[in-house]
Design a protein around this ligand. Sequence first.
Ligand code: ZN
Length: 97
Amino acid sequence: MEQPIDIDLERANVAYADLAGTVCRCCGLPKQPKFSFNGFCYHSLPARMKRSLWDREHYVENYFAALAWLRIRFKRQNVEPLEQQQDIDRAGEVNRD
Ligand SMILES: [Zn+2]
């Protein structure tokens, strides 16, 4: 489903401002500019999501997918690994345009 252009622009503005900025949107701790997240959050991502952040053509959607994945992971650390993985898979689908 196609999104209205103003929402796409808003998401792109946020994604590239975060990339240039010095605060990790996931945990609120400092990060290096030109990196999507700080080291802790970045290294918590699965390998395919780490790689996806280097795909410049799809950066905006991949950044928000990674952010959604991290938020679910950190909010629900006490759930069973299988249940957690299913939630993560659903988040990935929601954020895949
Ligand atoms: Zn972080």
